[in-house]
Ligand binder design. Structure first.
Ligand code: SF4
Length: 693
């Protein structure tokens, strides 16, 4: 690998996105000057999203962390004294040791999620260190734990239909996903299928770009997807359209599912979902009749109290309707488990330790728990932006007796509260593996430039901490290259050989499996479990049981916080400098005398957000939207959507309930009032120091 000037080099994107693009990176004078799509991954076809096109701005921008630091000002100040790595890691090790000696090892809480999906940057030396140390363990539940619980129990995480096979479908249902913002490479395949005559249905509270191109758009109320799916099941069973032969041979639990679905007439489901009974009947009829019929089950539908039952009911549809066994038929959820990777390279047993649900970070930091959290070690994550109940998280980070360490690439909102910051390399400065979870691909990620400033890769920093704490073992990988080789050796089948030979890797069933031809449920009996007992026991009211909407007269509007085309969760949002807008339907705006561009306050009992208003029918009446992952700089009072989201848990998988936030909105000032509007805005939450308007 050469890092000389004026040429292009190839690598891949390991960020938290389904697609894992291959990349072509232009260099000049040892610096990244542009990123574009590479052609090594045929699915991503030489183009990339606008977010990663701007990645060089993150690498060399004013927010980049260049060296370790100790905080000088109060928590949240973002003022640091820059120190050496030796001094910083010495203090980190000392804090961990002191906490363990006085409070027990579980008083140290590692906190990481999604800043990179690479195989090296998470669950390598970090897992080794924290397991041997005996730290609390983290249940990573912000995303996909709810759909994952459903998928695991129903299908044992059977591999999904991949993008290339969408062109074969005659009916595509995109449910709770917006590929125009996240997983963009699916869109051209859907469009090609439409040109070939496929019918497109989108189920989403918002009119997404694909919804505007769909034959049918069901703008359902957030949290009501389970009712819609159960009404479809009822129609299939009651109309004799269920595939009895398939169910007999390949499934268990059909009768229990049928019983739970039996009360869901189209009329009842329509009342709950806020759509017409005719549109539900139309969807059910189209789905029953079409073949191949394909459902893209997204993650938007899981983020509520009914999310697990919704995911299970949706994933059960192709089994009940007999849609498997044909190319372009079945479902797509996540392909992250397709490779059968077990992470055996960690090399340390997962010892029993306290398991902390990451949705409850605020509670863990502010409520009496035994032992108390005394050291919070944040990496690959920006919890102040991404975790529910933001004001409680902030209160916890303000504790005098908490040592917070943030190991990140840029000065995030969370890093501003850190006692110790450590600068991390980006994926363009380190080795990694990019594993797609939409398509099936696994690619090597190569450093294309030297580390910026004194940034260091995760693998090496955690290995050094391990040594400082006396937890290292001889002959274990301690640097990136050794760990990479260990990972390659541990990859299943011939995958490691393909990576070594630099040829495209594939699991034994290839990269475009047909469900029930090439791949089958990975359950113990190889069958689809349509009514898993463990899910029925685990859900508060039982599996496939709808829990009512939490709206109240005081807080009648459903707030959703969907993915944006500008950032990957909170990553890269530092590059967006404009003030965020709450999108609300014209009917809801009119009822509150709110006009486009006004300053508004969105509030409930957990907090408030002051921002601008965007009035548009893109959201259904009764629902408002504020983007996921915003930073404090994007609003007028420093709070974002998570100041309003409850830290309650979904029915399955203990996942986040972002879309169960119920709010009220009021006008604060008119668009023409400008700065006066901002001054007039109430500030119930602590303003961030670096607001940019
Ligand atoms: S974020 Fe997704 S679309 Fe963008 S470059 Fe990475 S893999 Fe490609």
């Amino acid at each position: 690998m050469s890092k000389s000037a004026g040429h292009e080099v190839s690598t891949a994107c390991p960020l938290d996105c389904p697609d894992s693009c291959s990349l072509s990176v232009s260099l000049s004078d040892g610096r990244v000057v542009a990123l574009d799509g590479g052609h090594a991954n045929p699915v991503t076809a030489g183009y990339i999203c606008g977010k990663v096109r701007r990645f060089a701005e993150r690498m060399y921008g004013p927010d980049r962390l260049l060296r370790p630091g100790f905080r000088l000002g109060p928590p949240g100040s973002g003022e640091f004294r820059w120190v050496s790595w030796d001094e910083a890691l010495g203090r980190v090790a000392e804090a961990m040791r002191e906490a363990r000696d006085r409070w027990g090892a579980e008083s140290v809480l590692p906190f990481c999620y999604g800043g990179s999906n690479g195989l090296l940057t998470q669950d390598t030396t970090d897992a080794r260190l924290f397991r041997r140390f005996g730290a609390s363990r983290l249940a990573r539940t912000l995303c996909a734990s709810t759909t994952g619980a459903a998928s695991q129990s129903l299908y044992g995480k059977m591999p999904s239909v991949t993008y290339a096979d969408y062109v074969h479908a005659k009916l595509i249902v995109v449910w709770g996903a917006n590929p125009s913002a996240s997983g963009i490479h699916l869109v051209p395949y859907i469009r090609e299928a439409q040109r070939a005559g496929a019918t497109l249905v989108v189920v989403d509270p918002r009119s997404t770009p694909l919804a505007r191109l769909a034959d049918l758009h069901l703008a359902v109320r957030p949290g009501s997807d389970v009712a819609v799916a159960l009404a479809m099941h009822r129609h299939l069973f009651e109309s004799g359209l269920a595939d009895a032969a398939f169910l007999e041979q390949h499934a268990t639990g059909a009768e229990q599912l049928r019983a739970r679905a039996s009360e869901w007439t189209f009329e009842r489901a329509a009342g709950v979902a806020g759509v017409s009974a005719e549109s539900l009947a139309s969807l059910a009829g189209m789905y029953a009749a079409a073949s191949p019929a394909l459902i893209r089950c997204g993650w938007g539908l899981e983020r509520n109290r009914n999310g697990g039952s919704a995911a299970a009911a949706i994933l059960a549809l192709p089994a009940v309707a007999g849609k498997f066994g044909v190319r372009g038929g079945g479902f797509t959820l996540s392909n992250s488990a397709s490779w059968g990777i077990t992470k055996s390279w960690v090399g340390a047993d997962e010892a029993p330790a306290r398991l902390v649900n990451m949705n409850h970070l605020g509670r863990m930091l502010t409520e009496p728990v035994d032992p108390p959290v005394k050291v919070l070690f944040v990496y690959n994550c920006n919890p102040l932006a991404t975790v529910p109940h933001q004001n409680l998280v902030r209160k916890g980070l303000e504790r005098d007796d908490l040592t917070t360490i943030v190991f990140d690439q840029v000065m995030t909102d969370t890093a501003r509260y850190a006692d110790i910051v450590l600068p991390a390399t980006t994926f363009l400065e380190q080795y990694d593996f990019a594993r797609a979870y939409g398509p099936i691909s696994l690619q090597m990620v190569r450093p294309v430039v030297d580390a910026v400033g004194e940034a260091r890769p995760n693998v090496e920093v955690f290995a050094e901490l391990e040594a400082r704490l006396g937890l290292d073992r001889p002959d274990e990988p301690r640097d990136e290259l050794d760990m990479m080789l260990r990972v390659i050796d541990a990859l299943p089948g011939g995958v490691g050989d393909a990576i070594r030979a630099d040829v495209p890797a594939a699991p034994p069933f290839g990269t475009a499996p047909v469900q029930f031809v090439d791949v089958f449920p990975r359950t113990a009996d190889g069958k689809v479990h349509l009514f898993p007992e463990e899910l029925d026991r685990g859900a508060p009211m039982g599996l496939y049981v709808y829990q009512p909407d939490p709206a109240t007269a005081r807080h009648p509007l459903a707030l959703i916080s969907p993915s944006s085309e500008k950032a990957i969760s909170s990553s890269l949002y530092e590059l967006v400098r404009s003030t965020a807008a709450l999108t609300l339907h014209p009917d809801d705006a009119h009822a509150r005398a709110i006009a486009e561009g006004d300053t508004v306050r969105v509030f409930n009992d957990l907090g408030s957000v002051t921002c601008l208003a965007a009035v548009s029918p893109v959201v259904r009446p009764g629902t408002v939207a504020l983007p996921k992952g915003l930073w404090s700089r994007h609003t007028l009072n420093g709070s974002t959507a998570n100041a309003l989201t409850p830290d309650t848990l979904s029915d399955l998988g203990a996942g986040a309930c972002f879309n169960d936030a119920r709010v009220q909105v009021e006008r604060v000032a008119g668009a023409a009032d400008g700065a006066a509007g901002e001054a007039a805005a109430p500030a119930p939450d602590k303003p961030a120091p670096d607001k940019v308007h």
